[in-house]
Design a protein around this ligand. Structure first.
Ligand SMILES: Nc1ncnc2c1ncn2[C@@H]1O[C@H](COP(=O)(O)OP(=O)(O)OP(=O)(O)O)[C@@H](O)[C@H]1O
Ligand SMILES: [Mg+2]
Length: 353
């Protein structure tokens, strides 16, 4: 049996071992690698270390430097800007463990952030060390590693407040046992939050002050976005064992162009204004449209990805609200797609989809 999706530290264990072996810079207490080597792990070195994140180096340097201080890191951005992805790889490179994860939701309770109890044991033995169920954050404090909290702004504010003591005092009191857990050196927290959720549970200023915020941007240029999509699609195709479909750069370019034009409300040549659909049309969605297209081509086509293999996926990504988005999409098809001579196959496939 193999895991469908190995953790970063397992999937890239060779790269991490290589970096650790050649890293002669100072490592902060509890870190597996120096800050320099962590940045190299994320951005690649053009040789044996593959890039995981494609984007401004400075952002990653600020993120890594933050984690070496007593402030926690908040990765902020619109959906699909690799917040979760970057947080996993940072934890893997710094602590060798990206698994200490709390998924924030409206239902996240304080126990998920602090600790809970094994009720059978609690009733039988009363509150003891063995009856306590440590949260991932408590385990990270004990082990001196990085903990991750996904979607911080979805967590109810009173539960968010449980983080304040942890982040400012670096201790977690356990009054039931008349004791406390002190964070070991190397402990820190990476939280992610979605721009679009802002306001759901606006962070209290007391909590905000404990974080350095790094905003992950949308890819700066179409070429950069094509590179990200092509790279991730190749990795995903390999891990899903899809029969090899020649990397259809042409289709990737097309999907990225459609997404960028609709997202920005302007055609690439800057001539035609467009209406934007309600969805985000993120890079992550472009990746899944292409991966789906590859699966269609591999299993139901002749092994070459064609416009018809991506048309349905694009339609699904663009038209989230059948009424308003349907109008936007049809207008785009008729005024932009139809006028591009080399897009004729795609126009027909999209019209029929
Ligand atoms: N700049 C980028 N560099 C590398 N990969 C990227 C980049 N942008 C997006 N991706 C890819 O997009 C996918 C989705 O990213 P991820 O799930 O981390 O987004 P997110 O910001 O957490 O979104 P959400 O707000 O929906 O949780 C990942 O597979 C990631 O590899
Ligand atoms: Mg995410």
């Amino acid at each position: 049996m193999t895991a469908l999706r190995p953790h970063a530290e397992d999937q890239y264990s060779d790269e991490l071992a290589l970096l650790a072996a050649t890293d002669d810079r100072i490592r902060p207490p509890g870190w597996r690698l120096s800050p320099q080597a962590v940045v190299t792990y994320l951005l690649g070195d053009g040789a044996k270390i593959t890039p995981k994140y494609v984007g401004p180096r400075r952002l990653i340097e600020v993120a890594v430097a933050t984690l070496a201080t007593d402030r926690a890191l908040l990765l902020l951005g619109v959906p699909g800007t690799a917040k979760t992805w970057v947080s996993e790889h940072l934890a893997a490179a710094i602590s060798g463990d990206s698994k200490l994860l709390v998924q924030g939701t409206a239902g996240t309770a304080e126990e998920a952030i602090r600790y809970g109890w094994n009720y059978a044991r609690l009733l039988a033995e009363g509150p003891t060390e063995d009856a306590l169920v440590a949260s991932p954050i408590m385990r990270a404090m004990r082990g001196g590693t990085i903990a991750r909290l996904e979607e911080l702004t979805r967590v109810p504010s009173d539960v968010q407040d449980a983080l304040i003591t942890i982040l400012s005092e670096k201790t977690l009191p356990v009054p039931e046992l008349n004791t406390e857990i002190q964070a070991q050196r190397g402990f820190n927290l990476i939280a992610t939050a979605n721009d679009r959720d802002r306001g759901v549970n606006e962070l209290s200023s007391a909590l905000r002050r404990r974080f350095n915020t790094v905003v992950l941007p949308m890819p700066a240029s179409a070429e950069e976005e094509v590179e990200i999509v092509a790279r991730r699609v190749a990795q995903l195709g390999a891990s899903l064992d899809l029969p090899a479909v020649p990397t259809a750069l042409e289709e990737i370019r097309r999907v990225v162009t459609v997404f960028r034009e609709l997202r920005t409300g302007l055609t690439e040549d800057g001539r035609t204004k467009l209406k934007s659909p309600t969805g985000t049309l993120s890079t992550a969605e472009a990746i899944s449209v292409i991966t789906n297209g590859m699966a269609l081509a591999a299993h139901f086509g002749d092994g070459t990805m064609r416009p018809a293999d991506v048309a349905a996926g694009i339609l699904g990504a663009v038209v989230k609200d059948p009424l308003s988005d349907g109008v936007v999409w049809r207008e785009y098809l008729e005024t932009v797609v139809r006028e591009r001579p080399d897009w004729l196959d795609f126009y027909r496939a999209a019209r029929d989809a």
